[in-house]
Ligand binder design. Sequence first.
Ligand code: DQQ
Length: 561
Amino acid sequence: GDDGVDFRPAYHITPPSNWMNDPNGLMERDGIFHVFFQFNPSAPIWGAPHWGHVASRDLAHWQRLPVALSPEETYDIDGVFSGSATVLPDGDPVIMYTGTSRRQELGFFWQVQALARPENGSDPLLQRWVKDPRNPVIEDAPPRGTNFQFRDPQTAWRQEVGEELGSLWLTTIGSQVSCVGAAPMYASRDFVKWEFFGYLHSQPGVVPSENETECTFGETQFGAEGRNWEVVCYFPKRVGEEVIHIFKYSDQIRGRTPFGRDWYVLSDVPLAFTNKTVPGQGNALTPSLRGAPFAPAIIDHGDIYASKFFNTSSGRLLWMGWSFETSTGCTGTCSDGTPLTDARGWQGLQTIPREVQVDLETGQLLMTPIGEVEALRSAQLFEQGGMKLVPGARRALPLKFPKGGSGGRQMDVSATFKLSDEASAEVSSTGFKVGVAVTHGRTGALTSVFLNGSLSAGGGGVEELEMWVDRSATGGATSANLQGGRVTLGGVAKEVTLRLLVDRSVVEAVGQGGRVRATSRVYPAGRGDWGLELFNEGAAGSVVAGVEAWEMEGAFVDDLW
Ligand code: DQQ
């Protein structure tokens, strides 16, 4: 149904067939990385989620494994929703997920939390999972919350919670409380008995308090005030002498993307929490980094939702997110026509994992594709520096395609642009706009990724820039054609950089060493080789560009050994 154009990414994780959404249960255990994901094995649209499973030894090559969890118990019969894995001190992993069962009288999904453990802990691939007979282990939504918005438990952590209680396991669960997004915590000593333990974090001024009422599901869920948090994450990250606390939530507001958007805040003190006996007390919002006001930042400006952080055994903090299809306005469950990708039998992918660093100067996360992805580079397609681009210049790069390669459909591209010294010395606030276009074969379709900003006078550089992916000449996508945003650099930069991971229907764009990110889906229909063009559309003078590009191999292998 797609005229021979293969939109299925080769080096990204996609479903074996049918539908994929959120990443689940991300963990490293005995040198093997596990990625589970929301999976509908029966149709290329969302429905009755199972947990699909892939594993890797190097975070670059992946093996497909059997479905790990299926809806089969009364408490999860309508879907094994999202959840996390925690590796316990004895090395045994445990999954906590959300079980759902439709309440017919309401038609919505009743949500409780359940545990699963490996059937055979000595299977390095952890292929079979057994549900705990004591499930569900968390049945009660938080006070003024609702079991219709109560899901996606986060990887648990140990925390000292005072002399009386000592050290406890804590987790947090995406929720709606008093009609706003919330991250209630639950505490346990043995990982089996869990109790509500206050709120990890809440929106400023909307700390749930006793006198607020319960939110009726559906009433304000998507209204101006109504918000719901899904897939909340909370991870500490050591930065030199300090520990920075990263809190992430997926805000389910309609209208921004088909699904919502992922946000983060950073704090240099652990996020406050209320003791369950004093609801609302001491739960004022912990300030963001350096006492700055609550200022959530966008994790990725593109087609990303329900992303997750996870730690490796060597203490790296990584991130990975679900990228949904945007080939039609319909995202799978609508009745106004078949989504384009339904015909192909699959939808959805996971991004290449990103390495997470904290920049204390600006209070920003820097997120770059992990170094491991370079293991998939095969032929080098191009390498050249010193390319001068005068204002208005466009320059097609002669790529050297290997035989039997992807014809530019699977590429890893790095570009640097040295901003002109003369121009910045003379002119104040002169705008620049430089970038890379991916050209899509013979039809003339292209996806432009660019950086723009203003050069500061005298100093010769840029302090703030924007990165945008422009899909208006790409064809096929119906969500916003321009995806991107603005970012402060925390200094004056004389050089701006772009990294593009191009994989058939996805372009992961990362600007300025990971300061700004946009994952965009593209569906160019043309045949013929893809290519790269550099451009300088700004008024700020010449730039000098350097580009490296590689062909990328597929990521899936039959076995990891
Ligand atoms: N989708 C899942 C939920 C999650 C939402 C169900 C986010 O667990 O809250 O597939 O995409």
